[in-house]
Design a protein. Structure first.
Ligand code: FPP
Length: 239
């Protein structure tokens, strides 16, 4: 259950946008911006425990991002492999439990092996939960979930009458996570781009101008404080 007014968000989800523009502003290739963006992830994850944030979910690569140039896609995939290899020990030592959401079928085997290893290696970690959305799309996730749900109906383990708002999310990639309380998008774009569509039904949103490579732990702290002033009613009327 999400937290009430006056409390900080338990789950923060971030659409890390603006890496390309950040690099272009500096006359550098887009991948330079993605590398700078990757360095921000560590700072932001580290800040979570002191801010009372138990879950942080970041959008690293969408099902639509395959439409980018082959150079950018290959560069991002190589960055993800490097990030996991380089950061695994620090994440484990800092007690960060890492999970991945998204469809792994289209990802290369080496990357999937690294993802599986990192999930296993951090499976006992408890301080903060980092979820990385990689080849993730909200519609794709709902479609994959529905396929599995339909298989369970077909094999008799789920009755059509039992399909409801409680059973369907059990088939989503996020089945072990609480819904996000606060969704942040950087870089001044005010759209959600297929991120956590089902899960964000009652999330609060922050669209901020900062480009992701400039986003800091201080800015996260400011947004967490601002969330505490919001009045979440979940469709109800105040008594
Ligand atoms: C959007 O900015 C960003 C991405 C598609 C990639 C996000 C990836 C990272 C921040 C890399 C690090 C992540 C991990 C987990 C290591 P954009 O390229 O669309 O920026 P633009 O809108 O300015 O072009």
């Amino acid at each position: 259950m999400a937290k009430e007014k006056g409390k900080g968000p338990r789950h923060v989800a971030i659409i890390m946008d603006g890496n390309g523009r950040w690099a272009t502003q500096r006359g550098r290739p887009r991948l330079f911006g993605h590398h700078a963006g990757a360095r921000r992830v560590r700072e932001v994850v580290r800040a979570c425990p002191d801010l009372g944030v138990d879950y942080i979910t970041i959008f690293a690569f969408s099902t639509e991002n395959w439409k980018r140039t082959q150079v950018e896609v290959a560069g991002l995939m190589s960055l993800f492999r490097r990030y996991i290899t380089k950061e695994a020990k620090a994440l484990h030592d800092e007690d960060v439990r890492v999970r991945f959401i998204g469809d792994r079928v289209r990802l290369d085997n080496k990357l999937v092996d690294l993802m599986d290893e990192l999930e296993l290696m951090t499976s006992e970690c408890k301080k903060v939960n980092l979820t990385i959305a990689l080849n993730y799309g909200g519609r794709d996730e709902v479609a994959r979930a529905t396929k599995r749900l339909a298989q369970d109906v077909a094999n008799g383990s789920l009755k059509p009458a039992d399909v409801n708002e409680e059973t369907l999310p059990k088939y989503l990639d996020t089945y072990v996570l609480p819904d996000p309380d606060l969704v942040i998008r950087t870089s001044g774009e005010a759209r959600i781009s297929n991120f956590l569509l089902w899960q964000s039904a009652y999330a609060e949103y922050e669209f901020i101008d900062t480009l992701w490579p400039d986003f800091t732990a201080e800015e996260l702290a400011r947004l967490v404080r601002s969330y505490g002033t919001r009045d979440r009613r979940f469709g109800a009327v105040k008594a």
